[in-house]
Design a protein around this ligand. Sequence first.
Ligand SMILES: Nc1ncnc2c1ncn2[C@@H]1O[C@H](COP(=O)(O)OP(=O)(O)O)[C@@H](O)[C@H]1O
Ligand SMILES: [Mg+2]
Length: 585
Amino acid sequence: MKNNKISFVQTIKIMVRSFSFIGKERNKYLLGWVLSFGEIIMIFVTPFIYEKLVYMVKNNFSDNDFYILFVMFGVFLVITPLICIGTYLRNTTAYYGASLLKKQLFSHIQYLSISEFNEYKTGDYISRLSTDASRTVGMFSSAPFTGLVKFIVYLIFGTFLLIQIQWKLAVISILLCFISIFFTVLFNPKVRALENSARKAAASSITHIIETLVATPVVRIFLLQNVLSNNYFKSCKNIYDKKVSFNLWSGYTYATLNFFGYITQPLCFGFAIYLTTKGTLNISQVVFAAFVTDIIAKAAMEANTFIQYIQPSLVSAQRVFEILDKPVEVNISGQNPCIKSNSENALEFKQVSFSYPNGTTVLKDISFNVKKGETIAIVGGSGSGKSTLCRLILGMYKPQQGKISYFGKSINELNISDIRGEIAYVSQDCTLFDCSIFENIALGKDNATEEEVIMAAKEANIHDFIISNVDKYKLLVGDRGTQLSGGQRQRIAIARAVLKNGSILLFDEATSALDPETEAQINENIACISKNKTTIVVTHRLNTIKNADKILVIENGEIVEEGTHNKLITSGGKYKKLYEMHLTA
Ligand SMILES: Nc1ncnc2c1ncn2[C@@H]1O[C@H](COP(=O)(O)OP(=O)(O)O)[C@@H](O)[C@H]1O
Ligand SMILES: [Mg+2]
């Protein structure tokens, strides 16, 4: 995308790819075009009408002449409703195609590998999903593409008709037509580059809006309203500046185009009149030729409309296809569908090292294993790499070195969806959707019954709270769960994970937002649920993991200690220090 030049071949490829989204509606779309050709017929009938009128005025008109004129006007009457239906078909099929493209793009974004996904900001995704996707397929309904078709037809038939009258007129008008196209092509790269940067500026402005709205409480508490409004104005001003330059260059193109468009007809008309003095043309032919040269001038205008306005659509299509061409998560359809096996290990890390795409090395030479049914705890200071380790367990990133295996099989052999299907995960910043409590919990399992949802809510210690509300399980949690407290949100997320019934439970500081009493209750329940399951708990509440089969202590991305609570306390290392600090906190 850094290079704004799109070759002719690329343009054709982009258009063909964009057109493919019209898909099954293709026939309807083409029928729309056939009907829309009525407009072109009307344009070409007009010179004949004028020629006939002049002829009739100059000569003694007969009934036959009236009859021909009547038929010509009749053509207009018949064609008008057809044009209406044609436009309707073209536009609706293109809108439908845009919806298909949006669906594919939306789905692709959700499957993008996390490192690719993180390359773009939310606003960027929104602008690509909305404006860009609409414009990509919309190019087949709007002015630019219509312009291309009209240009071709006007030029071919206009030239043909003019040659019948006088070839010199055809040469003059075609020459002027191509000079004006030349100027548009000349200004074109600049216009496209400006359009592209305006689009980027618009995307960053959307990101700014989202960030501000999501962070409303912080904005109010830290009195950031003015600062953020000013920043928003700056981003709007940035869009404005880009648009001003864009419109300036579009203006040059438009003015040049008009100049040549408006001089074509008078020049040809003058030349045709001159030819009457030589006896080459008669007056009705002059009138006819004047209207046909106008059609060729219109062809130039349509070509320019196409070149100029196709740019935003091409830029949009490039932005959309850029995302569609990004790789999705690896192993999304791995060959090995079942991850269960006889291996005694549920999970194994062997000398795993990992850096984020920005180069930050976070995990170094991590080796551990978790036997089926075991509970292990991961502890360590903030930023030590605990959540990153969870992300690797969930297959969100691939380690640069080492091997991760589930039930004895390497992650590379497995389908990532199967791995995630086995893991019930609760994170610290648990995400709820803007729907009822019931629906939020039920997301854990396909076709979950009411009994199952209630059971899961009881195990997560949230059932009593839910039924104390008037709406009970139908209570809406609001945008991202804002109607609930942090602890309530977390318990609903835990209920969802319980309902998922995966064979591996993964809790990343899942009880951090709870008060000690609720946390103790939930931990009892978690202990109950996790009896026959492999459980991995990341926590900084060390009193809750005394019974874990194994505790891993992480510092700066390395495992510095490993063992049971008693063993680690006895050895008097890092864990003991952390534990003592926790007790005195
Ligand atoms: N998406 C990311 N891109 C780059 N660095 C990251 C990303 N997420 C976390 N980090 C860095 O990785 C380190 C470990 O983070 P994290 O695993 O979240 O720690 P913990 O969960 O132990 O607090 C931190 O230094 C953090 O800045
Ligand atoms: Mg963390």
